[in-house]
Write a protein that binds this ligand. Structure first.
Ligand SMILES: CC(C)(COP(=O)(O)OP(=O)(O)OC[C@H]1O[C@@H](n2cnc3c(N)ncnc32)[C@H](O)[C@@H]1OP(=O)(O)O)[C@@H](O)C(=O)NCCC(=O)NCCS
Length: 135
């Protein structure tokens, strides 16, 4: 936790935490669904249970709880590594797998992968969002 992550009370700014969770969930969804076009659709109730202060270290845990036809549902927990306290938990974060047309498209997966076998390759990067600058 750095100074820029604090609120006016001197404790963890909730907006920063939600940004980190959304970023982490996006990476998790991309790895699980093998598609960069995975977007946040829904987050269930969020309760900030405990806080953190400058210098604390926090850890985020995400687990896939359901594979739908076009969606992936995850659960998130954030803990304060220094105190061991639960800072926040979110029961449902839903990401939707999109096709090139921006519409929901079936991802075809039913189980979690613990490998990196679904990570999109450079070849699967579309011309509109190149991985590297084009010559
Ligand atoms: C993502 C988007 C294309 C989905 O469109 P949609 O019309 O809701 O699509 P669908 O009704 O076909 O639903 C797609 C999936 O989301 C699920 N879903 C839709 N609304 C949901 C909700 N409120 N809660 C949980 N899941 C939901 C559906 O069950 C479906 O999953 P399934 O195929 O696994 O059964 C559209 O809502 C969108 O563009 N939203 C903005 C996304 C975005 O920009 N996010 C960034 C943060 S703002």
């Amino acid at each position: 936790m750095k100074p820029e992550d604090l609120n006016a009370n001197g404790t963890l700014f909730g907006g920063s935490l939600l940004r980190w969770i959304d970023e982490e969930a996006a990476i998790y969804a991309i790895v699980q669904l093998g598609n960069r076009r995975a977007v946040t659709k829904y987050m269930s109730e969020i309760e900030f249970v405990a806080s953190a202060v400058q210098g604390d270290i926090i850890e985020m845990g995400l687990t896939a709880t359901a594979f739908g036809r076009t969606s992936l549902t995850m659960r998130a927990q954030v803990r304060n590594v220094i105190t061991g306290e639960l800072i926040l938990s979110i029961d449902k974060i839903v990401f939707v797998n999109l096709g090139e047309d921006g519409q929901p498209t079936p991802h075809g997966y039913t189980e979690i992968t613990y490998d990196r076998d679904r990570i999109p390759t450079p070849e699967s990067t579309t011309p509109e969002s190149p991985r590297r600058p084009q010559p």
